[in-house]
Ligand binder design. Structure first.
Ligand code: AMP
Ligand code: ZN
Length: 114
């Protein structure tokens, strides 16, 4: 576990977070600066820097997506719609270097994003 990784520290419990889902491989918690009524981050527990670090055929994104869709259904935002986003690298707006899937919902999204 990279000691200086914020999300690894959330996984280990040394930084608190409001968890909404946890299983052996995945953790989901509320974003500290929510950009929509529902704003959850879904992450692999094992450190992965970004999608670029996933090997071909990795099941990680499928797992994150499955958890996000389950949370969207449970939170009653699946019917009206929601957004899944993976910011990657500097131009992609990634600010935390541990792969995370944003689940955003509860308001009408705009396109293109900023
Ligand atoms: P990104 O900008 O795509 O890398 O997303 C990182 C997200 O992590 C941002 O939406 C932040 O608001 C969120 N964030 C940063 N620190 C924390 C924290 N301690 N707990 C929960 N979310 C956080
Ligand atoms: Zn990490």
């Amino acid at each position: 576990m990279p000691e200086d990784c914020l999300f690894c520290r959330i996984v280990s419990g040394s930084i608190p977070a409001t968890k909404v889902h946890e299983d052996a491989e995945t953790l989901a918690f509320l974003d500290i600066h929510p950009q929509a009524r529902t704003h959850v981050l879904v992450i692999p527990k094992a450190h992965v820097g970004s999608v670029l670090d996933l090997p071909a055929g990795s099941p990680v994104m499928a797992r994150l997506t499955e958890v996000a869709c389950r949370l969207a259904r449970e939170g009653k935002i699946a019917e009206s719609g929601f957004r899944l986003a993976v910011n990657t690298g500097t131009d992609g707006g990634q600010t935390v270097g541990h792969l995370h899937l944003h689940l955003l919902g509860g308001r009408r999204m705009t396109w293109p994003p900023g």
